[in-house]
Ligand binder design. Sequence first.
Ligand code: ZN
Length: 280
Amino acid sequence: MTHKVVLTVDLDRDYPIESMGKMSAHSAVSQDTDLDPEIRGTMAGTSLVLDYLSKLKIPCIFFIEASVLKKMGETELVERLLPYEIGSHGVSHEDFTGELSGYIPTSDEITTTLKTSIQIISKFLKTPRGFRAPFLNVDSRVMKRVENLFEYDSSVTIKQIQSYSNVSIDKEFDWINIPELFLSTTNDKRDKPISGYLWQLFEGSRTEEDYLFMLDRCFRINKLTYTTLAFHPWHLSINTKERRYLTKQEVHNNFRKLYNLLDKVQSSFEFVGVEDILSL
Ligand SMILES: [Zn+2]
């Protein structure tokens, strides 16, 4: 049996962090505003990633922050996103549960924001079918609105469902009433938690071998029927600890790490699209 891996990209502003007391986020590396996000790292990273994906014909889901897409406007970069599966990642990277910002939005604010994200993404690209919550912050109240507006969700990690062993991916969570593309989490060689987000690959605290081990373990030990990998295009260009843009050489090194990993994943596993996993 080939093991299926879904590659996902959170296409958001350059290193978004929560704004205290408000729903929308801002960039940690620049002075930007809700509707005028800083995207130079995202633009550069997305271009590199799209070159690579199209060359190797790897399917991918882009969960897009609508204000980022609006700022990109009618550019060639946006056109190159058209062949891919598209989801929403909010308008201005909202913290929908208020867990980080301390601001708990009303149900109307949640609905209006989700609808606005759909309008903007539909106008500049195409109708988003899925949703991934910024900061992965969802609860039953947010999910209720999400399930009315989207065909599937991808904001919930395996870790949130069960402990690490013998997870059945088909097990339904009683507060999720639409198909869920779960984000993979498991333990590493030293039995420490690891997720399919590639933050630590770019930050240098994990290697490609750690992620290959993680995928293998998800299938072999956790018996998952698929796994997910996720990353942010801006992460190729930004060091989050030092909150600075990287040099050309450093960006090149990060891109090399990414494609070395994806090349190896492609030779041992099979990259598939969302419709191979969920019945939509
Ligand atoms: Zn995000």
